[in-house]
Design a protein around this ligand. Sequence first.
Ligand code: SF4
Ligand code: SF4
Length: 156
Amino acid sequence: MKAMVGGYDVTGMGRITPYQAALKWVLQNPKVTAAIPGMKDMAQLKEDITVMGMPFTYSDLRRLDHYDQAIAGFYCTFCGTCEVGCPHGVEISTVNRALMYAEGGYRNIKLARDTYAELPLQASAATCLDCEGCRARCVNGLDIASKMNHARTVIS
Ligand code: SF4
Ligand code: SF4
C-alpha cells in the first residue's frame, strides 16, 4: 500500500515521472508479491501495466530522489512517532492521511472528510487551536502545527 507515496501532482516539479519508478522499486523486492496502487482511470492503469516485469534502474532511482525532494516537508509516512509528543492526543498521522486523500493523487475530498470525521473531536486538528506551542516532533521534519492548521482549512 501507498506505493506511490501520495501520488502528488508532479506538474511543475521538472522532468520527473516517479510513479512507474516507485512501482518498479516496490515490486523488485522478492518479499513483495503484490502492490496496491490506486488507479482512477485507464490512463493510470496503462501507466502501471507498462512497467510490469521491467527492472528497476539507476534512472528510476534518480526519479525517486527528485520526487522525494519535491514532497519533502509535507509528505507524512503515517508512522505515528510524533503522536507521543502531543500532550492533547491529536491523531496526527490520521489527520495527515485525510489531508493526503484531499491533496495527493486521490483528489477525493469525500474520502478525506469521511476519514477525518472518524476522529473524535479531541483527537482532531481542531484541538490544536487551544495549544500554545506544538510539542510534537516529526521524524521527517514536517511542521506539524502547520499541517494541522492546513488540514482544518482544507478538510473540516
Ligand atoms: S499543536 Fe496540535 S499536534 Fe502540536 S502539540 Fe499542540 S495539539 Fe498537539
Ligand atoms: S512523525 Fe512525521 S511522518 Fe510520522 S506520523 Fe508524525 S508527522 Fe507523519
